[in-house]
Write a protein that binds this ligand. Structure first.
Ligand code: PLP
Length: 238
């Protein structure tokens, strides 16, 4: 392991935990009501591995190809024979589900019935039930995937009957500017859908908050903050 990056990641994580603790205190939440996900895109597996010794157990993967090239280099036992938990968080093409179905514990980026049907079909074929989140395009940005807030209930109802999928909540990437407003809207949408109690749909997880807005996201009820740059440093795109 690269000592320098291990040391800087440790320092970054300490600061992130302090900031989260503060946001939790302000909003009257307990720190164990949310999880920190380490987002690994462009980060070498050896650097990612150092977080498993720091009390983190959850990583987020954006790209199928990159994940497949790195997965064998990730530590497989983070203590007690437990493997790290891996969630898929990037845009997922239907024809690529087959490559990741066995390796993910959750797919957070479900944004169409077609994608859900393929996850459902392959999960059944592999004798598993896949936890998923539905991705909401809360800012209505043309460049982002995710369903619009107006269409989310319809999508959830379509997924509710799929036997090998378990919907656990919602995920979003708000627009980079003015994210506080959009985090607030997302919180409202989440609570509204939760109150509706759609049969077969759980609203336990609200995945939002990245390096620039995780403290705000915590104040708006996030249960999973997804942090890349703030943990590992600026990305070197290759
Ligand atoms: C890259 C990425 C993140 C992390 O972004 P940072 O700003 O580096 O913390 C979180 N979620 C998704 C879906 C991403 O693609």
């Amino acid at each position: 392991m690269d000592n320098y990056s291990g040391e800087s990641v440790r320092k970054n994580l300490e600061q992130i935990r302090l900031n989260i603790a503060e946001a939790c205190e302000i909003s009257g939440r307990s720190a164990d009501s949310l999880r920190i996900m380490a987002v690994t895109k462009t980060v070498p597996a050896e650097t990612v591995n150092c977080i498993f010794g720091m009390g983190l157990d959850l990583i987020g993967e954006n790209r199928v190809q990159e994940y497949l090239s790195k997965k064998d280099a990730y530590i497989s036992d983070i203590g007690g024979g437990k493997a790290p938990e891996v969630h898929f968080i990037g845009h997922l093409q239907t024809n690529k589900v087959k490559y990741i179905i066995d390796h993910m514990t959750m797919i957070q980026s479900v944004d169409s019935v077609k994608l859900a049907q393929e996850i459902n079909r392959l999960a059944a074929a592999h004798n598993k039930t896949m936890d998923v989140l539905c991705e909401v395009n809360i800012g209505g940005e043309a460049s982002k995937s995710g369903v619009s807030p107006d269409d989310i209930t319809t999508l959830l109802e379509q997924l509710a009957g799929m036997e090998s999928i378990r919907v656990k909540g919602l995920m979003t990437i708000p627009p980079p500017s003015g994210s506080d407003i959009f985090l607030g809207r997302m919180e409202e949408l989440f609570n509204k859908i939760k109150a509706r109690n759609i049969e077969g749909i759980a609203m336990d997880e609200l995945s939002m908050g990245m390096t620039h807005d995780y403290a705000e996201a915590v104040k708006h009820g996030s249960t999973i903050v997804r942090i890349g740059t703030g943990l590992f440093g600026a990305r070197n795109y290759f």
